[in-house]
Design a protein around this ligand. Sequence first.
Ligand code: ATP
Length: 221
Amino acid sequence: MTRTRVSLTRPAQGVSKKIGIYGGTFDPIHYGHLRPALDAMHQLGLSQVRFVPCYQPVHRDQPSTSSALRCQMLQAAIAHQPGFELERCEIERQGPSFMVDTLRFLKTQYIGQDLVLLMGSDAFSRFLSWRDSSGILDLANLAVMHRPGESLPQQGELAQLLHQRLTTKLNQSAGQIIEVEVTQLDVSSTQIRHLVQQGVPIEFLTPRGVIETIKQNKLYI
Ligand code: ATP
């Protein structure tokens, strides 16, 4: 099994200390993941975005596609984008993919660097149901990317958390929440899986390498 390549060194002077961590099922990855991740990397000054495909999602159905093929599609999608990296730690760890465990692990690998957990607004709306959400905020800042059709909570416990933690500039190593203006692309993996099943082309919704992997492995039919 390929081991995750890690940096145990501190960042060089002048290099951004902030690393984006972008978890998901990525079944398959699509432009609605990729372009917002690039927007976030640029706007927040992240040195890299590490895409973390989950092994066993804990808040949704298990993916029908193997971890290996989801990684293959992800790798094909990010191959030519500097700063985008595949992070296999949840797959290597196996078992339920709790983000708090992932961040705890990554903190030991990227010493002296700040983690910024990227998530779409739909994922953020469920954030308080994640295992040890306060532990997550002790380990990382959150960057919430607006997703078409979703809005941020206006009332309740999550709105209160947002009120307490929202910032327009990340200036602490963890515990802050920032909203990132991202390109609005109404694409989802569910939509792509349905289109493939119906025999409808998925060109321009996801990169060519992803489409080739889907075709070669007869995924989603
Ligand atoms: P599915 O349709 O299978 O639920 P998905 O398209 O929502 O999948 P996931 O892999 O579940 O993709 O999502 C990973 C992360 O990407 C989540 O934080 C989610 O909010 C975010 N995300 C997915 N699609 C978009 C999009 N179009 N715009 C912004 N964020 C997105």
